[in-house]
Design a protein around this ligand. Structure first.
Ligand code: ZN
Length: 132
């Protein structure tokens, strides 16, 4: 596993993308909307990892609900795995609770699954695998 990206929930993707562009002294390499998740995303490369900014597109979006409850900030950590299905099987057997039990399409050409923060010390963990 490697830390693939850190997801940050933001209220306004446009102004946050500008802010992080200044911080990292580089442009975002990708803007992408994931309709099924109700999010708009913006990605930056930071060394071996990435930063994903996420803005909810509807009030029902998990990102909008997160911001409503906790405010802006770190939303999830995403770890890249070689075989997402075998990781799902392994972790389910170990008793981890998954939010979605089947991998689904995420941003940036990935298949993704989320572990419930109850299982992981309050941290929302995403597992992802590059789509081939
Ligand atoms: Zn993510």
């Amino acid at each position: 596993m490697k830390l693939e990206h850190i997801g940050i929930a933001v209220k306004d993707l446009k102004s946050s993308t500008k802010l992080f562009s200044e911080l990292f002294d580089q442009e975002s390499y990708k803007l992408e909307e994931v309709h099924s998740e109700g999010v708009r995303t913006s990605f930056f490369r930071v060394g071996e990892s990435k930063v994903e900014l996420l803005e909810g597109t509807t009030s029902e979006s998990p990102i909008s609900k997160f911001i409503e409850k906790k405010g802006e900030g770190i939303h999830h950590l995403a770890f890249e795995v070689k075989d997402i299905q075998s990781e799902i099987d392994r972790l389910t057997k170990l008793g981890y609770q998954l939010i979605n039990s089947e991998p689904k399409d995420g941003a940036d050409n990935k298949r993704i699954v989320f572990l419930h923060p109850k299982s992981t010390n309050g941290v929302l963990v995403e597992l992802c695998q590059e789509k081939t």
